[in-house]
Structures are given as C-alpha cells and as structure tokens.
Write a protein that binds this ligand. Sequence first.
Ligand SMILES: [Zn+2]
Length: 102
Amino acid sequence: MNSISISRTSTPSGSQPITSWLYSAVTIIPSPILGPTAQSVICPSCRSPITTEVKAETTTKTHFIALLLCLVGCCCLPYCIDSCKARNHYCTHCNAFLGTYN
Ligand SMILES: [Zn+2]
C-alpha cells in the first residue's frame, strides 16, 4: 500500500496592514502683527496672553544709515535714534522671539 500524504502549506493570510493615523493636532497660531510699541498678543511659543517686550536693536539698516550719514559727518546719530533700529518683540513669559518691526 502506498500512502500518499498531501501536505498543504498554507500561509496565514490574516495579517492586515497596520494603518497608523498620524493625526497632528497642532493649532497654528498666526504670527502677531507687531507694531513699534508693546503689543498684547498670544505667544505662539508658550501660548500665553502676554504683552510683548520691545527691544530696539541695531540692524544692517542702522549701519546703512550710519554709512550715509558719515558723508555729512554725523555717523553716530542712527545708533542713538530708536527709529533707525529694528524693534524686536519678545515674550515676557518664555522670552521667545516673536518678530521684528522695522
Ligand atoms: Zn511665550
């Protein structure tokens, strides 16, 4: 007698592709419109309602005006005038840089 053994190799087809939903619940806070003075905004960094701290800092614009005023002999003037400097707004809560007003 010949015994025929049939071996069936069945591959398990129950594995389903794992679908991972990468749901990012990031609330985009638009950049606040900044003026020359302190503004009441919501900080995009710490999301606290804060009043910005304004620091006048010299920029390339300041140096450019200084260069022009060198021709008339008062090149140090733009460094003394805040309107020739950029107004950088910082968060008073987390100290994050919020933006520049030129
Ligand atoms: Zn902040």
